[in-house]
Every structure is written in structure tokens, then in C-alpha cells.
Ligand binder design. Structure first.
Ligand code: AMP
Length: 541
């Protein structure tokens, strides 16, 4: 091989930090504080504080590769951790505070988090599982609020560190930079370990024209939490291009978001359908109240963006919705539903059909779908399980051999999404092979609920399926067969589950049935059950 003579420049996050320092010091980062007031500072402040964090982490003895957990909303401090932690050589591990404390304890232990940065509002969540972890340094992120017993203050940690002691490191781009656990698998949550290279490449791809077309002129509001796959990579991509950031903090209600969008002249926002459905309702109620003329793109993903929502935003409010698909295992962006020039020649109604699909692969993501008879043709009809590969797709889970079956022998990742692929390369998710329910962007495991329900003394069999829900997209319904001569009410079963599961996991409906359809091998026939309850919609909203 004749080797090319380009420089062996490593693709790392400290490079993005240095670029922000050199070029975009004037750019702003705005955060909604818990008391709803706005905190404002610049990229220059952000870089200085991220460097201090990196110095401080070394100062308390963190070694390269050690994990630093975060329990936080979208805030400027969390952004500092996004860059400060990986720039110190440690690994940023964002935890999802909506999970049950048992899962959080498991995740913090599995990742062996040595430090935990905790938003002051989330201290009660942390306290529920702290004792069960090996966290050595618990840091409360507060602007002068009380420091709980056994914790140190984030501001004290930073003020004890000298910025000048920070030296931009020369990491190998393959070094781990961040990790995130997914509950979107069977069994225990599984860790996905990103490299510096995978995040940098993902950021460049995100900024491309046919992805989110990000530039310095943008103001980005990630509604998607920073504990959901790095807020879909938007904080990294925004700092790379010098886009202003509007961080909503814990205020994810429609009214706050609409105010943020208007006042900070946001150009691109992103989140799950549930959030933007609430925003749409508010806009419909008061169509003339907010000036959203600067908002050019609303990215909806995490669950399917309903066609009606895409149309309503466009027709009633002049806002373009961009549908995207991704996974924790891929940083997460995989496909985006931009229409090509060819597709824009199609009748409008047909164009809308395509925009409601999940889109075609972004550069460097390759797709194929495997059906019963091998890989399916790209005919838009034949269904198969989607497999992906690319530079930001995981090649295995972090120390979880029970997830190995998700990776094929020839190096592709099996997504668990059942799709069709059409002649334009657009995927459409038609089903899910994983027995899970996605409610408001968060996973619920049917199997875990079934096992817990079947542990109730009156229950003989329990099968849990997803039912469509306008607000949350999907909600759990439990079909129950009682033991002969036993009785239990919906309330009994609900209180039986309450102690072990997060509130949003609890089924919206219990249906007491004679029997549950079974396969020849004794498994529940979920497909049949779903047919049986077709048209059933949740009434709990
Ligand atoms: P997570 O790893 O939690 O981000 O979940 C990834 C999974 O969410 C995918 O495998 C899909 O099942 C689902 N998902 C993500 N985006 C979409 C979308 N646009 N439409 C339908 N399902 C989606």
C-alpha cells in the first residue's frame, strides 16, 4: 500500500473545545434556571470553566478512562461536563434520572462511576441509590444553594482549580469519551461506550446540509435531555460550529419552551413527539401569541412523528418538522427524512408520506434489513429487521456479553426495529422485535412487568403490550388471567407493582381475560394479543 501523506490528526473533543476558545468566545449559552430566570454566559466562560473542571477532576485523583456520572438537566454546567470530563481523559457517563433507583444503582455500579455530578433538584433521586454505589466524590451542581451532607459544591470544585494548569491533551481518537446506558434491550440496561472519534464524526455529520445544516448563525434548543444519547449529539455539534445554545433546564412544559424559542430566536430545536405535541396544542390555542419566525427546523425523533403533527406544524404555524431516527447504540443519528430533489417532484400528499417515514441514512451509516428469506429488497413493502453499520455505531456493549447476539458476524448491529426500505432508501418502522414499550421517549420493559405481575399470588398469567396513546405515543396494557378461585382488582395489581417500578411504567389498563394466546413453544403471542386489543386507546391522559 502506498500510504497517503495527510497528517495523522486525531479527532478528539479537546480539539472542539480549543476551536471554540479560539474562534467563538463571543457566542452565548443561555440556561433556564430552576427558578425560571435565565443564566447567560459566553463560549469564553464555558471553555474556561470546562478547563477548570478537567483540572479539578485530575486534582481529585481521576485517571484516564475513569467514569464521571452526571444526573442533570440541560444546563450550562452539564455542557461544561460534556467537554471538561472527556478533556481530562475521563469518560462522561450521563444517567437518566427518570429510571427506577434499582436501575440507577445497577448502572452506576456497572459503569463504576467514581464521581457523580448532580443537579441540586436531582439530589433526592441520587440519595435513593447513592449508598449502593462506589461513588467517591458526590458533587452538587448549584449556584450558591445548600450543599447536602456528604457532597461538595461544583462551584467550590471549580474555584479550587487553576485554568492555567489545563493543557490540551493529545489523545488517541479511539479513546473512550462518553457512555450512555440503554434500557432499549432485553435484560439489564447496557452501556454504550463512545470514542472521541465517533462523537467528532457524528458532530460533523450532524452539521451537514442534509442532516441539521448547523452553522454559527444558528441558535439550538435541545429539548431532548442531555441524558438521552448526548441530547442526540446536539451540544457537541453546536459547539463545533459555534452555534448559540439555549438550554431549557428542567422546564420542558410547552409554555416555557415557546417562550425560550421566541425570546432567544431559536432556529433549530429537537425532541420526542410527546413534547412537541404539547407545544402544538399550546400554539393552536394561542396562534398569534408567539413569534417563531426564526425557527427553521423542528427535529422530531425517538418515536415516530405522526403525519398529522408534521402537517399541522407546517400548515397552521409555518414550522418545518424534520423526522429523524436513531439509537443509543449509534450516537444516535442514523436516518433523517429530508426529501431529495427527485422526491420533491412527487404529489404533495405523497411527499408527506415520505416525510413521516424515518428517512434515509446519513453519510457513513449503512443500512440493510433482514427478513425470513435473507436481505429484503428496497421495494418499500417487504419487511425485515434493520441492521446498521458505520463509524459511530457500537461494535459491542460495554462488558455485557449477553448483548453479543445483537452484533452480526460480519460487523453490523441489529437494531430490533422492523422496517421496510423503499427505492429512495427511506426506512419506515413498522414494528419492533424487542418486547418493549416506548412511552414519551422512555423505555418500559413488558417482560419485567409480566414477571412482577405473575409474582402476584392471584395471577396465573400476565402479558403486557403497547397500546397507542396520543400523548405518550405508547402506553402499557396488561392482559391478566387470574388463578382459579382467586380474585384481584386493578388497584391490587397497581399497588403490587408500585414499589418496584417508576411511576410511568405502571400499566394504564388491566384487562382480565380467560386466556392469553400462546405459540406452540409456550410464548405469548403478542401479535395476536395486539390484534385483540386493536383500537383500544388509553384513556388515562
Ligand atoms: P433509544 O436508544 O432509547 O434512543 O431508542 C432507540 C429506538 O427508539 C429505536 O430502535 C426505535 O425503536 C425507536 N425510535 C427512535 N427514533 C424513532 C422514530 N423516528 N420513529 C420510530 N421509532 C423511533
Amino acid at each position: 500500500m502506498l500510504e497517503g501523506l495527510a497528517q495523522d490528526f486525531q479527532l478528539t473533543l479537546p480539539y472542539i473545545l480549543r476551536r471554540a476558545e479560539q474562534l467563538y468566545g463571543y457566542r452565548e449559552i443561555v440556561t433556564r434556571r430552576p427558578d425560571r430566570s435565565f443564566h447567560r454566559h459566553t463560549f469564553a466562560d464555558f471553555v474556561s470553566r470546562a478547563k477548570k473542571l478537567a483540572v479539578a477532576l485530575k486534582g481529585i485523583g481521576l485517571e484516564p478512562g475513569d467514569r464521571v456520572g452526571t444526573l442533570g438537566w440541560n444546563t450550562y454546567q452539564h455542557l461544561e461536563a460534556y467537554f471538561g470530563v472527556p478533556s481530562s481523559g475521563a469518560v462522561l457517563h450521563t444517567l437518566n434520572p427518570r429510571l427506577h433507583e434499582d436501575d440507577l444503582a445497577y448502572i452506576a455500579n456497572h459503569a463504576e462511576d467514581r464521581v457523580m455530578l448532580v443537579d441540586e433538584a436531582l439530589v433526592p433521586v441520587f440519595e435513593k441509590f447513592r449508598e449502593r454505589t462506589g461513588v467517591e466524590h458526590a458533587v452538587v451542581v448549584t449556584e450558591g444553594g445548600e450543599v447536602p451532607h456528604g457532597m461538595i459544591s461544583y462551584e467550590d470544585l471549580l474555584s479550587g482549580a487553576e485554568e492555567d494548569r489545563f493543557e490540551y491533551p493529545d489523545f488517541d481518537e479511539k479513546q473512550a469519551s462518553a457512555m450512555c446506558y440503554t434500557s432499549g434491550t432485553t435484560g439489564r440496561p447496557k452501556g454504550v461506550l463512545y470514542s472521541h472519534r465517533s462523537i467528532v464524526l457524528h458532530s460533523m455529520m450532524s452539521a451537514m446540509g442534509n442532516t441539521f445544516a448547523l452553522s454559527e448563525a444558528d441558535c439550538v434548543l435541545p429539548v431532548v435531555p442531555m441524558f438521552h444519547v448526548n441530547a442526540w449529539g446536539l451540544p457537541f455539534a453546536s459547539v463545533l460550529v459555534g452555534a448559540k445554545l439555549m438550554m431549557p433546564g428542567p422546564h420542558l412544559d410547552a409554555e416555557s419552551l415557546l417562550e425560550d424559542l421566541e425570546e432567544e430566536e431559536v432556529t433549530l430545536t429537537a425532541g420526542v413527539p410527546t413534547v412537541f405535541l404539547a407545544v402544538l396544542q399550546k400554539l393552536d390555542e394561542e396562534p398569534d401569541r408567539y413569534d417563531l419566525s426564526k425557527l427553521r427546523t423542528m427535529v422530531i425523533g425517538g418515536s415516530a412523528a405522526p403525519k398529522g403533527v408534521i402537517k399541522a406544524y407546517e400548515e397552521r404555524h409555518g414550522i418545518e418538522v424534520l423526522h429523524a431516527w436513531g439509537m443509543t447504540e449509534m450516537d444516535p443519528i442514523g436516518t433523517v427524512a429530508h426529501l431529495t430533489t427527485e422526491m420533491k417532484k412527487l404529489p404533495e400528499e405523497e411527499q408527506l408520506e415520505y416525510r413521516a417515514k424515518q428517512g434515509y441514512p446519513v453519510p457513513f451509516v449503512e443500512i440493510r434489513a433482514r427478513g425470513d428469506e435473507g436481505f429484503v429488497p428496497w421495494d418499500g413493502e417487504t419487511m425485515g429487521e434493520l441492521e446498521v453499520r458505520g463509524p459511530w455505531v457500537a461494535r459491542s456493549y460495554y462488558e455485557a456479553p449477553d448483548g453479543d447476539d445483537k452484533f452480526t458476524d460480519d460487523g453490523w448491529f441489529t437494531t430490533g426495529d422492523i422496517v421496510t426500505i423503499d427505492r429512495f432508501g427511506f426506512i419506515k418502522i413498522t414494528d419492533r422485535s424487542k418486547d418493549l414499550i416506548k412511552s414519551g421517549g422512555e423505555w418500559i420493559s413488558s417482560v419485567e412487568l409480566e414477571n412482577a405481575l405473575m409474582a402476584h399470588p392471584a395471577v396465573s398469567q400476565a402479558a403486557v403490550i403497547a397500546i397507542p396513546d396520543e400523548k405518550w405515543d405508547e402506553r402499557p396494557l396488561a392482559a391478566i388471567v387470574l388463578k382459579e378461585g382467586e380474585s384481584a382488582t386493578e388497584e391490587d395489581l397497581q399497588s403490587h407493582l408500585e414499589k418496584d417500578f417508576a411511576k410511568f411504567w405502571l400499566p394504564d389498563a388491566y384487562e382480565f381475560v380467560e386466556s392469553i394466546p400462546m405459540t406452540a413453544t409456550g410464548k405469548f403471542q403478542k401479535l395476536k394479543l395486539r390484534e385483540q386489543f386493536e383500537g383500544y386507546t388509553s384513556t388515562k391522559n
